[in-house]
Design a protein around this ligand. Structure first.
Ligand code: ATP
Length: 457
């Protein structure tokens, strides 16, 4: 089956409670979305899977959770105040505001006019004020962070001394970031408030290129391990003119988010960026003096973020490799990739969301075959309670069994457990597989172990 387009996912997401348009009862708020009962579970599962893979399963990683609002000087020295902007143009005909770097043929996509203003920089950081000061008081101006990375750099010395780490090691962080995007859109692909999963990996200069390549391969493998098909993923080497000012090399992992677009090149967009940020960040946040090479000096910082190597007695600024992914874009890619349709033996079309079991919002649904039979209902509820400490389980009796199965298939629940008349006698239930629709009989006493084993397969 060909991949679904984003519209198919928008409709499924709203119909089943993954994602709702935000503030809808007041007419909505452009490109803002709320995650419903299934969406919050899916986001949490993506974040947990990333954290487990990135932090727990490695020997060289620490976690961090820094503030969203940081001292304004962080953004001055990181370069964001001066350079974190997109080139903005206005259409003179219909007044639409556009990103100049996203215009493919120099025409307004809204009205087709070529009458556009000259591009000018538009800073993407959201501004606000701390404390009870006037709105125009520059001294209280702060920003909502546009990336989580800077929170890691400014804590480099704290983590280094308290964890007693030696290079190479990394610091991982998951959290919200905010960008006042000129052209948000495509559902949760580009929003002004989103969540990032970022890791800064500190290495000796000279070991950066190899570490970078290893992280590119690792990250690609993470997405395929989550079940995203290789055909819908590709690596994109950013050409020199696209590189951020601090980057030596950046490779994006792209997903085929727009399969309906005719031109192949336009079907792909960024899911994750993996940048070699050199020693730019640690250097730029380091206090004066002294930089023999005449590189950027900082009169405001109180800390030198250089690293001292006990073995070689050398002092230097580590290079940084940064894999940066979006939670929301990962959720979108996962939903698109898991979406399949199958026709049942009555000729009816069924949607099956073939989510990786680790990501599925609900792991098992316990369903009574006859809801008017109190003993069956009671046993089904007992089984749900038995399972729930070990996995997200739900009980549902609000329809016939065919309908209940179809509902669980559509939200990606790997297993349904059906309690029937015979269960009362043989203390066994039917376990139904989402992907194959195959059924097997399992003793209630063995059920939890059976499901955990199959969920981990
Ligand atoms: P783009 O070129 O699409 O604007 P970017 O290169 O600026 O993205 P990064 O700064 O590398 O993005 O951020 C890392 C990741 O954060 C991206 O790969 C993406 O998954 C996510 N991300 C960035 N901006 C947004 C946004 N506005 N909405 C949702 N996710 C985002």
């Amino acid at each position: 089956m060909s991949a679904p387009n984003i519209e198919t996912i928008v409709s499924l997401a709203k119909r089943r409670g993954f994602v709702f348009p935000s503030s809808e009862i007041y007419g909505g708020l452009g490109s803002a979305w709320d995650y419903g009962q299934l969406g919050v579970e899916l986001c949490n599962n993506v974040k947990q899977a990333w954290w487990r893979w990135m932090v727990y399963e490695r020997d060289d990683m620490e976690g961090l959770d820094s503030s969203i609002i940081l001292n304004r000087l962080v953004w001055k020295y990181s370069g964001h105040e001066d350079t974190f902007s997109d080139p903005l143009v206005d259409c003179r005909e219909c007044k639409t505001r556009l990103r100049a770097d996203k215009l493919t043929d120099g025409k307004c996509p809204n009205c087709g006019s070529k009458e556009l203003t000259e591009p000018r920089p538009f800073n993407l950081m959201f501004r606000t004020h701390v404390g009870a000061t006037a709105e125009d008081d520059e001294s209280s101006l702060v920003y909502l962070r546009p990336e989580t990375a800077q929170g890691i750099f400014i804590n480099f010395a704290n983590v280094l001394t308290t964890s007693r780490r030696k290079l190479p090691f990394g610091v991982a962080q998951i959290g919200k970031s905010f960008r006042n995007e000129v052209t948000p859109g495509n559902f949760i692909f580009r929003t002004r408030e989103f969540e990032q999963m970022e890791m800064e990996y500190f290495v000796r200069p000279g070991e950066d290129e190899q570490a970078h390549q290893e992280w590119i391969d690792n990250c690609f493998g993470w997405f395929t391990d989550l079940g995203i098909s290789k055909e819908n993923l590709r690596l994109y080497e950013q050409p020199k003119e696209e590189l951020a000012h601090y980057a030596k090399r950046t490779v994006d992992i792209q997903y085929r988010f727009f399969p309906e677009r005719e031109e192949e090149a336009r079907q792909w967009d960024e899911l994750m960026g993996i940048a070699n940020r050199t020693d730019f960040d640690l250097r730029t946040h380091s206090k004066k003096p002294e930089d023999a090479e005449g590189k950027r000096l900082n009169p405001d910082s109180t800390e030198d973020l250089s690293y001292f190597d006990e073995a070689t007695k050398e002092r230097f600024y580590p290079y940084v490799i940064e894999p940066a992914a979006g939670v929301n874009r990962t959720v979108l890619a996962v939903l698109m990739d898991a979406y399949t349709e199958k026709t049942n033996d009555k000729g009816e079309k069924r949607v099956i969301l073939k989510l990786h079991p680790d990501l599925a919002p609900i792991k098992v649904a316990v369903l009574p075959l006859a809801k008017n039979k109190p003993e069956i209902v009671a046993l089904a509820k007992t089984i749900k309670h038995l399972l729930q400490p070990a996995m997200r389980a739900v009980y549902d009796d609000t329809g016939g069994i065919g309908k209940l199965y179809a509902r669980q298939d559509e939200i990606g629940t790997p297993f349904c457990v059906t309690v029937d008349h015979q269960s009362l006698e043989d203390e066994a239930v039917t376990v139904r597989d989402r992907d194959t629709w195959a059924q097997e009989r399992v003793k209630v006493a063995d059920l939890q172990e059976h499901l955990l084993k199959r969920l981990g397969e």
